[in-house]
Design a protein around this ligand. Structure first.
Ligand SMILES: Cc1cc2nc3c(=O)[nH]c(=O)nc-3n(C[C@H](O)[C@H](O)[C@H](O)COP(=O)(O)OP(=O)(O)OC[C@H]3O[C@@H](n4cnc5c(N)ncnc54)[C@H](O)[C@@H]3O)c2cc1C
Length: 425
């Protein structure tokens, strides 16, 4: 039987473009389909347009950053670790730099350079790109045979890779088609939900502080007494609650009922309670007759002071020299752990990453091939894998894409060799 291609890749995002080029480089004829006219639409908006392309870390740090199913990624990580991803882009003519937290960006701060590099790599290896929306998978007796497309086309392929992404930012093309395609092949798809997203909080004062950004604060997320997340960084108040880098990372630890979780902001992480108390005493010593409401300007952003005053339970009009030692201690405790109540996560469409997806136990971690349908491969966010911020999610896409691409190319070579053997026989 003549095939339209050896490998048909559905989805030209980070995972699909990497897989397509790697397979083509190893001799496979590759068709790359995306419903968008151009490749890498989501990549273009990553890292606020700068693209945090990977994290320059070792395996342990990487696996620690992966929130769901990290062990599934051992082989993919080893096949294409961050240092190889970096080498790949540098070889494609994109100089990189490493910033705080080992986050890697193009020196140009332009995500488009990463997309162009992938396009050049795919072009140079003969990948044929087509704008096409894949509607269904074609299979026969447990073996994939091709796909059909929205315009009524049918394409035969020896192998098919699904790299259609998750459900986040659907305007980029990631609308969950891959979940339906995987299910049609008999795969279990775990419900998609938001990971790395802003949080809706109960406290009305968050909305009143909309636009206020806090730098160098520590956000702590607890479930019961257990601290799940505690990091220093930046957060901001919005009309619905809180957002920003710290909040996104904390959100990936929230699973199920939000009322089980408690959030605290340490507004003065650089001062332990004793030093904070001394600082309050020193400040207030210089403003003896001032009312409590007007006494926190040196310590806090102006807009936040009335909120802290009202939560402290100390009468706003009290003169600072009349504030008791106990009241000062409880104020210090409040500044070290301002409590917030999480109502819910923002919807998955607004999340940076989708949690849930194709169940990893039904996919071979050594090849990314389906354990249910021969010749069907998976890569990227479509799988039930997600990580915290820092370049780890793109690393997941590149590692799994790479492994799927080289595995499919290897399988194709084997099929061709078998065909030759049978022919000779
Ligand atoms: C705003 C934002 C910023 C981010 N910043 C970063 C960052 O800096 N660093 C980081 O590591 N991660 C970041 N991420 C996460 C990262 O972008 C994703 O995890 C990653 O792009 C997933 O790659 P993917 O190839 O699996 O899917 P995608 O990049 O989503 O690609 C999937 C492709 O499949 C196509 N497709 C879908 N269905 C079909 C169909 N039926 N037929 C044909 N084509 C189809 C889509 O059009 C899309 O192009 C960010 C995400 C967002 C939303």
């Amino acid at each position: 039987m003549g095939y339209d291609c050896d490998l048909l890749v559905v989805g030209a995002g980070a995972a699909g473009t990497m897989a397509a080029g790697q397979a083509a480089r190893r001799g496979a004829s590759v068709l790359l389909f995306d419903k968008n006219a151009r490749i890498g639409r989501k990549l273009m908006i990553t890292g606020k347009g700068r693209c945090n392309v990977t994290n320059n870390c070792g395996r342990d740090r990487f696996l620690e950053a992966v929130r769901r199913n990290p062990r599934f990624l051992y082989s993919a990580f080893d096949a294409f670790p961050p240092q190889e991803v970096m080498r790949f882009f540098e070889e494609q003519g994109v100089p990189l730099k490493t910033e705080r937290g080992a986050r890697v960006f193009p020196v140009s701060d332009r995500a488009v350079d990463i997309v162009d590099a992938l396009r050049r790599f795919d072009d140079a290896n003969g990948v044929r790109f087509r704008q096409n929306r894949v509607l269904s998978l074609l299979t026969r007796e447990g073996v994939v045979t091709g796909v059909s497309t929205a315009d009524g086309g049918r394409f035969s392929a020896r192998t098919v890779l699904l790299a259609t992404g998750g459900l986040s930012y659907p305007l980029t093309g990631s609308t969950g088609d891959g979940y339906r395609l995987a299910e049609s092949a008999g795969h279990t798809v775990l419900p998609a939900a938001a990971s790395l997203t802003a949080l809706i909080t109960e406290e009305p004062w968050c909305g009143e502080l909309m636009g206020l950004s806090l730098k160098n604060v520590t956000l702590t997320l607890k479930k019961g007494k257990k601290v799940l997340f505690s990091e220093l960084g930046e957060l901001m108040f919005t009309h619905f609650g809180i957002s920003g880098p710290l909040v996104l990372s904390a959100s990936s630890y929230i699973d199920g009922d939000c009322s089980d979780y408690a959030l605290f902001i340490d507004l003065k992480p650089g001062l332990d309670p004793g030093r904070l108390d001394a600082r309050l005493l020193r400040d207030w010593d210089e403003m003896k007759n001032r009312a409590f409401i007007n006494s926190l300007d040196r310590l806090l952003p102006r807009a936040l002071a009335p909120v802290v005053v009202s939560l402290s339970g100390i009468d706003a009009k009290t003169q600072v020299n009349a504030v008791t030692r106990e009241q000062r201690a409880s104020l210090a405790a409040l500044l070290k752990a301002l409590p917030l109540t999480v109502c819910s996560l923002r919807p998955v469409e607004e999340a940076v990453v989708t949690r849930g997806g194709v169940k990893t136990s039904e996919v071979s971690p050594k090849t990314m091939e389906s354990k249910l349908v021969k010749g069907l491969y998976f890569a990227g966010e479509l799988l039930d894998l997600d990580a915290v911020t820092g370049g780890f999610n793109l690393q997941i896409a590149f590692s799994t894409g790479y492994l799927a691409g080289i595995s499919a190319a290897g399988a194709i070579l084997e099929m061709q060799n078998q065909g030759n053997e049978e022919h000779r026989g």
